[in-house]
Design a protein around this ligand. Structure first.
Ligand code: ZN
Length: 309
């Protein structure tokens, strides 16, 4: 039976991939260093192809056992035409018909989508968002992104550009953002800003996991650091909640490791500022699948796409 899928999560740092069973278990994995291919798109594609074929042969499977391959990429993706419009953090990718290229090389049904969309599909089907019809999954890291499930299906937007939560303005005057706008949410909770704020707070360069550890040890500066971050997140979510009346917001990405120190402030800010009805219905929870969300979400994409063809 053609039931296994392969999920590939292409990031600016590395490419994570996995062979996924029909039940949604990751049976084997491979990882590539994206930066070592930075200057050469073709070599990166070839390395991904070799790794995918390796995952299949390693488990003594054949092409006929594979339902399809799904890839998530960090940028605007035309999921219908299988086109990578561009990748802001991986040089050399512009208007690449990736699905066609991979189908020729792999001889397997292949589909692509934005990485956060696949993470959202993963959390929705296998993780924190199971059984919900209206939810947003946000990822907090170097960038801040989001995927939306509305009325029980993934909402990509007219130009596959929905979910740019990080570039929602929190402030009419705030600091300039590399998107060309200013006062964007990402300028308050993106990794670069948090690291800078951490250095100011503690008087030295300090990684975010260490600020998490300090909070665990009840350090008041660290606790305040995460509370203030939670307040920024809460303020952004007030806009989202008032606009969309979601049932669930899933918080993922590296910064979500400190979710337990931010959750109370996020909820308090929502209660204080959002409209009563939507504020009373929404839950804010931590993502459950961590790094596996994209690989599992790829299975959802493949199943939906194969059926739809
Ligand atoms: Zn911006």
């Amino acid at each position: 039976m053609k039931r296994f899928t392969i999920g590939v999560d292409v990031g600016g740092t590395n490419v994570k991939m996995g062979l996924v069973s029909p039940q949604g278990a990751i049976l084997s994995r491979a990882i590539l260093d994206t930066k070592s291919f930075n200057k050469n798109k073709q070599k990166l594609i070839d390395a991904i192809v070799v790794a995918i074929l390796g995952l299949i042969s390693e488990k003594r499977l054949a092409a006929k056992d594979i339902l399809g391959v799904g890839l998530g990429l960090p940028g605007p993706i035309d999921a219908e035409r299988g086109m990578v419009n561009f990748l802001p953090n991986i040089p050399g990718w512009k208007n690449v018909p990736l699905t066609n290229i991979l189908r020729k090389k792999l001889c397997l049904p292949t589909f692509i989508d934005n990485d956060v969309n696949l993470i959202t599909l993963g959390e929705w089907t296998f993780g924190a968002g199971r059984n919900y019809r209206n939810l947003m999954c946000m990822t907090l890291g170097t960038g801040v992104g989001a995927g939306l499930v509305l009325n029980g299906s993934l909402y990509r937007g007219e130009g596959f550009s929905a979910g740019e939560l990080g570039h929602m303005p929190l402030n009419e005057q705030g600091p300039a953002c590399n998107c060309g706008g200013w006062g964007c949410f990402e300028r308050y909770v993106g990794n670069a800003t948090l690291l800078k704020k951490g250095a100011q707070t503690f008087g030295r360069a300090i990684p975010l996991p260490e600020i998490y550890q300090l909070a665990r040890n009840h350090d008041p500066r660290a606790l305040r650091f995460w509370e203030e971050t939670g307040e920024h997140i809460g303020n952004a979510l007030v806009g989202v909640i008032n606009l969309l009346n979601l049932r669930l917001i899933v918080v993922g990405g590296g910064v979500a490791n400190s979710f337990r120190f931010m959750h109370k402030t996020i909820v308090k800010t929502i209660k204080a500022r959002a409209m009563k009805i939507p504020a009373g219905m929404v839950q804010v929870v931590r993502a459950q699948l961590n790094d596996d969300a994209g690989i599992l979400g790829a299975q959802v994409l493949v199943k939906g796409s194969v059926r739809g063809r």
